[in-house]
Design a binder for this molecule. Structure first.
Ligand code: NAD
Length: 477
């Protein structure tokens, strides 16, 4: 069993409480590591260290800061196999997908390093003849980054890379379920000569460590990726301080399959959405609307595809399509949601139960029909390998059903008609729309949800701007 320590002000430290959190491998049930059970005292230590370091850090040139990001990418690449194995062990992500996450994370550091010489301020025309107006972009200051358990390594980078590049200092907290890769990265980052306090990693629960990071007077911005409930609490806490928040929250993405769609492509994309990382991905299709004219052939192909999904050991070769859910609580939550849907009249086409396995918290890939738009299973995030499918008759109906949701993260459309593509992209009210492809964003895009899916967003130019604030200087001469 590995013991990780918090990384605060350039040193590895235990929690002030002296207590630990054990990290379970969801597939084997074994304890893989322990991390400190930090609380408000550790949060304060880390935030004060970040504050002390931030001004000097912001005075370094963006290129100098980017050099650290490039070295982080190199360290990740040099340890890519080991990091993927740690990722598998902390969350039962199948090995090939864990490797993709690790490699993507290295690229992400490189990507934001590339922004050093690109982001810029503005020169604004003055109403006075002897005046220049400059708009500077300056770092927001001390950032608290709070991560979920589903993509712990990548989401860590999604916060650390833009924060450091822009001259912010950051205190990052992983989920207590998946802290291992974050702390393995901390050990690598410690080998760089980063100024002390610029980059800190702490651990602890959401209501203790998480809330302490949010409420501390030194925190200038909170960047959370997590549930709507956590986001709402952070919005409430930010009101007191009038603090910047950047929130990436839940999703309930619709996939619309029109009558002229390439059915095999649609079936594959929708299936992949549900089984990738056992359905625990915020941006993947969680409900499908299918033109009634192709409903039967689509469902028959999809049912066959769902039945063929192999699940098992995340380290197996060849890898299964999916493995265990993250923990028992999450698995039982999925089961309860399916049971409630069935009680309300949903019909199980395939799956629909917890399979008998020797280890792991598995849930069968589950396809549901005879569902109604107002059912919980169609409206609320399941975060598991479960897909409700509804037929529709008209374009307008499909769009209305897709938009009828409190979440607004992503959506997808399957059609070979360019006019339907263009009209649907116009009509869908979501932060992202994917056409004839799986739901997966690029690092150069902007991942930002509408409605309860969040405020602000990540990636690309606009994700970088989240960490910057403006200063306008009126210079008369
Ligand atoms: P969660 O909200 O339970 O936890 C996320 C993080 O927030 C954890 O580190 C947790 O300790 C912390 N936290 C919880 N309550 C807090 C509070 N009151 N104050 C401060 N911190 C607090 O979410 P989770 O179960 O880890 O992740 C799954 C959720 O994340 C799903 O809803 C999923 O859709 C969402 N998610 C969204 C995106 C996106 O890009 N929009 C990406 C990944 C996951």
């Amino acid at each position: 069993m590995e013991t990780y320590r918090q990384y605060i002000n350039g040193a590895f430290v235990d929690a002030r409480s002296g207590e630990w959190i054990e990290v379970e491998n969801p597939f084997t049930g074994q304890i893989t590591a322990r991390v400190p059970k930090g609380d408000a005292r550790d949060a304060s230590d880390a935030l004060e260290a970040a504050k002390a370091a931030q001004t000097a850090w912001s005075r370094q040139t963006p290129s100098a800061r980017a050099a650290y990001l490039k070295r982080m990418a190199e360290l990740i690449r040099a340890n890519r196999v080991e990091l993927a194995r740690i990722l598998v062990a902390e969350q039962a992500k199948i090995l090939p997908l864990a490797q993709v996450e690790v490699d993507f994370t290295a690229d992400y550091f490189d990507y934001y390093a590339g922004w050093a010489r690109i982001y810029e301020g503005e020169i604004i025309n003055s109403d006075r003849p002897n005046e220049n107006i400059f708009l500077f972009r300056k770092p927001i200051g001390v950032v608290a980054g709070i991560c979920p358990w589903n993509f712990p390594f990548f989401v860590m980078a999604r916060k650390v890379a833009p924060a450091l590049l822009t001259g912010c200092a950051i205190v990052l907290k992983p989920s207590s379920l998946t802290p291992n890769t974050t702390f393995a990265f901390a050990q690598m980052a410690a080998s760089l000569d980063l100024p002390k306090g610029v980059l800190n990693f702490v651990s602890g629960g959401g209501s203790t460590m998480g809330e302490a990071l949010v409420n501390h007077p030194v925190t200038d911005m909170v960047s959370l990726t997590g549930s709507v409930e956590a986001g709402q609490k952070i919005i409430s806490a930010s009101a007191e301080k009038v603090m910047k928040v950047s929130l990436e929250l839940g999703g309930k993405a619709p996939a619309i399959v029109f009558a002229d769609a390439d059915l095999d492509l649609a079936v594959k994309s929708v299936l992949d959405s549900r089984v990738i990382f056992s359905g625990q991905v915020c941006n993947c299709a969680e409900r499908a609307y299918v033109d009634r004219r192709i409903y039967e052939p689509f469902m028959s192909k999809l049912a066959a595809a769902f039945k063929a999904v192999a699940y098992g050991d995340p380290m197996a070769e060849p890898a299964p399509a999916m493995s265990s859910q993250i923990d028992k609580t999450q698995r039982d939550r999925i089961d309860q949601m399916v049971k409630r849907a069935v009680a309300e009249g949903a019909e199980i086409v395939t799956g629909g139960k917890i399979p008998e396995t020797e280890t792991g918290y598995f849930y069968e890939p589950t396809l549901l029909t005879k569902v109604r738009q107002d059912m919980e299973i169609v409206q609320k995030e399941v975060f598991g390998p479960v897909l409700p499918v509804l037929p529709f008759d008209e374009y307008e109906e499909a769009i209305a059903l897709a938009n009828d949701c409190e979440y607004g993260l992503t959506s997808s459309v399957f059609t070979t008609n360019i006019n339907i593509v263009m009209q649907a992209v116009k009509d869908l009210k979501f932060g992202e729309t994917y056409v004839n492809r799986e739901h997966f964003e690029g690092m150069q895009g902007f991942h930002a949800g509408w409605r309860k899916s969040g405020i602000g967003g990540a990636d690309g130019k606009h994700g970088l701007m989240e960490y910057l604030q403006t200063q306008v200087a009126y210079i008369q001469f």
